[in-house]
Design a protein around this ligand. Structure first.
Ligand code: HPA
Length: 275
């Protein structure tokens, strides 16, 4: 049987593929160790320009296990960035979403690869809907915890991983040194790609959620498994369905991301300086 990605073959070990991907990144960049990794979601792309000097840009699909992104508004590159501190950041502009249907291994691959390059801190960003009614489109918020409604896990077999303090309190405090006004909330991942119904948003609220989105939780679990410390940031691109007085539109979500990009990119760059 032919597999479209090495990760699809159940006989392969996804960590072997991640190590192979990390070796390819080292070969192409000449950088054999990264300290920090960032996944840049909707609205966060420009941060890559601000955090340091990009020394190498790789097309993600040239690296084993990475897939072409299915959406415009999502970049398909991996960048090695030299930070002013002398540390190295790997910027992942190629997220595979769970809703694309390629399975949890494909979703977790970028994080596992980042860990295999040596990164000890994983910064996960996304564009998302807000449940707190006073939040405004264009506002960044910290992720304090999550509820994973995908009914899936990137962990295979009997792998039991503690998720207490999954989104590091230390890193959230560090982010607040840069912007003390940063609010935080519990991120609820739905499968998507449809947006939630107003009833689903109410459910998310009742079970303790404040942010709704279609990414991040499976990546965070994989990052924790890999021993990384995690910082999660959501850009509220819209109020969630039913909280917003108007219907949701993907174009408007992307538009809100673009409008907020300069401000949140600068925020992220300042946070990264302190990591
Ligand atoms: N729901 C889910 N995902 C999203 C949203 C939303 O309201 N906005 C941006 N991504």
């Amino acid at each position: 049987m032919a597999f479209s990605s090495a990760l699809d073959d159940p006989e392969t070990d996804p960590f072997d593929i991640a190590r192979e991907a990390a070796a390819q990144i080292a070969e192409r960049t000449g950088v054999d160790h990264h300290d920090i990794a960032l996944t840049l979601g909707s609205g966060w792309g420009r941060a890559a320009e601000l955090i340091g000097e990009t020394t190498h840009t790789i097309t993600a699909t040239d690296i084993v296990g990475f897939r072409a992104p299915s959406l415009t508004g999502h970049l398909g590159t991996l960048r090695s960035i030299l930070l002013p501190s002398g540390k190295r950041a790997l910027v992942i502009g190629a997220r595979t979403h769970y809703y694309e249907g390629h399975g949890v291994r494909a979703v977790a691959h970028s994080v596992r690869t980042a860990a295999a390059t040596g990164a000890k801190i994983m910064v996960l960003t996304n564009g998302a809907g807000g449940i707190k009614p006073h939040w405004k489109p264009g506002q960044p918020v910290l992720i304090s915890d999550h509820i994973n409604l995908t009914a899936n896990s990137p962990l295979e077999g009997g792998t039991f991983i503690d998720l207490t303090d999954l989104y590091s309190a230390r890193l959230r405090a560090l982010a607040r040194e840069v912007d003390p006004s940063l609010d935080e909330g519990v991120y609820v991942q739905f499968r998507g790609p449809h947006y939630e119904t107003p009833a689903e948003v109410q459910m998310a609220k009742i079970i303790g959620g404040h942010i709704v989105g279609m990414s991040t939780t499976l990546e965070a679990i994989a990052a924790r498994q890999a021993g990384m410390e995690i910082l999660g940031l959501s850009l509220i691109t819209n109020l969630a369905a039913g909280i917003s007085p108007t219907p949701l539109s993907h174009t408007e979500v992307l538009e809100a991301g673009r409008a907020a990009e300069p401000v949140i990119s600068e925020l992220l760059a300042k946070i990264v300086e302190r990591l």
